[in-house]
Design a protein around this ligand. Structure first.
Ligand code: FES
Length: 170
């Protein structure tokens, strides 16, 4: 069988392809449409980038924690705490500990251990403030008396207002 395809046929085909491509460009490539398509493509790319980058940016940037600018809080009611007992209360974004000592006095401290910032608790059996993380011990004046805590607990002032126990940072 003889191949009828010659070089001149190939040139003709190539020309017709160019012409066909030119028609395509002419049909769909008018400047107004092209500009519109460029604009559409550009905004789509920008919107996609924004949709990808915005959540990443929000994930990386730290949240704005509104620190309660309170200097005093109501830690509880007067009759609420038994003698030789303690309770944790919220002082802004940090925990505090309110203790009614065996003699009936009310004391309040930061409940954040000065070692590695675990939350301390009151132990009625030892009559101490105790940190369960590494067996840190504080006396009822907040002084570190055992275990790894390097400093005393921050002490707060306690006042009674009506039937409320008001704790104030000094
Ligand atoms: S964190 Fe309290 S003793 Fe270590």
């Amino acid at each position: 069988m003889r191949n009828n395809f010659s070089l001149s046929d190939a040139k003709k085909n190539a020309k017709s392809c160019v012409v066909a491509t030119g028609i395509l460009v002419t049909r769909f490539g008018t400047p107004g449409r092209r500009r519109f398509l460029d604009y559409l493509l550009g905004t789509t790319v920008l919107a996609t980038l924004g949709a990808i980058l915005y959540p990443i940016f929000r994930f990386i940037s730290p949240p704005q924690i509104v620190e309660a600018a309170k200097n005093s809080v109501i830690a509880g009611k007067v009759g609420e705490l038994a003698v030789n007992a303690g309770k944790i209360f919220k002082f802004g974004s940090k925990p505090g500990i309110l203790v009614r000592t065996p003699t009936g006095d009310l004391k309040a401290f930061s409940a954040v251990c000065t070692h590695l910032e675990c939350i301390v608790q009151y132990r009625s059996d030892t009559k101490q403030i105790w940190c369960a993380c590494h067996n840190g011990q504080y006396n009822l004046n907040g002084q570190n008396i055992g275990g790894p805590p390097p400093r005393p607990l921050e002490e707060y002032a306690v006042n009674i207002r009506g039937d409320e126990i008001v704790v104030t940072k000094s």
